[in-house]
Design a protein around this ligand. Structure first.
Ligand code: ATP
Ligand code: MG
Length: 316
């Protein structure tokens, strides 16, 4: 680690060995520390609780009052950026694309197009703002081994973008279990110091949790861990003005009618974490329907789009 790297930005006076540990855990600046929980950091590091409480107190003081007038929240919300999905109709359903500062969850049965949508967003975020992008890169946490660079190349070429440049701006990490997935996610603030990324994708968000905590007796533990993980994602989204896009597979059950089938795994924990939830369903061949479920401020609705060799598109 270079000399420069053992300082927490904006927070002088922390002993080097402690700063180094905090940075390794992903607490790289005032914000990430101010929003953290000292007990949790004490659990995962060898730093004493009192020291941590002091550091965090300092960080919180530095950030200033936790209250703000609602007009300034409104002002911030008008600054929320959006990333186009590639389909005008899907963008409209979402109020203009997927939002920064919050979590968007897409759920659906296998082959419903969750990963395809994630790929398309990883390409589109790199486009200039007047083309629906944010002129920034993407971080892809691949929990299922589903990342396919060839498909990104195909989508980028269809938009006359330079495929190799597009690939360079997508940082991919394969997560092998839930602990590893959490570890990778905690590294994101560190990555953001070196890379301008505005989109985090987690595909799929609870696969590992589900596989590792089987049976009703471990349900509470699983939900607790998942809850913590989703808070981590939410913190990243709001702290760094990122769009977080998570996928979640559901079992297709033909015996259940459309409305009732829209019960993703993760239950209430996920339902409360994701501000925007999209239910994807395969209609026929390349046609997919997307339904907006419980958005805090957009009307519910449903549209149809297409997965073509070029990517996500409106049906023409
Ligand atoms: P899972 O739950 O298994 O991960 P998923 O919802 O992520 O499924 P996707 O991988 O996003 O599903 O979608 C797969 C579908 O995307 C394929 O069935 C196919 O219809 C479509 N698709 C994939 N690649 C192409 C392509 N190059 N051209 C056209 N359609 C494609
Ligand atoms: Mg997938």
């Amino acid at each position: 680690m270079e000399e420069n790297d053992v300082k927490i930005k904006g927070l002088p006076g922390i002993p080097k060995n402690i700063a180094k540990k905090l940075i390794e855990l992903g607490y790289v600046d005032v914000k990430s520390l101010a929003f953290s929980n000292p007990e949790q950091i004490a659990d995962e590091s060898a730093i004493g609780l009192t020291t941590l409480q002091e550091i965090i107190k300092k960080a919180r003081k530095k950030l200033g009052s936790p209250f703000e007038a609602a007009d300034s929240i409104y002002d911030k919300r008008t600054k929320i950026s959006r990333i186009t999905t590639g389909s005008y109709n899907l963008d409209s359903l979402l109020g203009g694309g997927i939002e920064s500062q919050s979590i968007t969850e897409v759920y659906g049965a296998f082959r419903s197009g969750k990963t395809q949508l994630a790929f398309q967003l990883a390409v589109n975020v790199q486009r200039p703002e007047d083309e629906g992008g944010l002129d920034a890169g993407a971080i892809f946490i691949d929990c299922e081994g589903s990342f396919r660079p060839e498909r990104i190349v195909e989508m980028a070429s269809a938009l006359s973008l330079h495929p190799m440049e597009i690939l360079k701006n997508i940082l991919v990490a394969r997560a092998y279990n839930s602990e590893h997935q959490i570890f990778i996610t905690k590294q994101i603030p560190k990555i953001l110091k070196k890379m301008n990324a505005r989109l985090i994708i987690v595909d799929s968000v609870i696969g590992h949790f589900r596989a590792e905590y089987l049976g009703p007796e471990s349900l509470i533990k699983r939900q607790g861990k998942l809850n913590k993980y989703l808070h981590l994602l939410q913190n990243l989204a709001s702290t760094y003005d990122l769009a977080v896009f998570i996928t979640n597979q559901i079992q297709a059950d033909p015996s259940i009618s459309y409305g009732d089938a829209s019960q993703p795994t993760g239950g209430n924990i996920l339902a409360h974490a994701a501000q925007t939830r999209i239910y994807l369903r395969r209609i026929r061949r390349n046609e997919r329907s997307a339904r907006l479920i419980d958005s805090p401020y957009l009307p519910e609705g449903e549209i149809v789009f297409e997965i073509t060799s070029d990517g996500i598109r409106d049906i023409t």
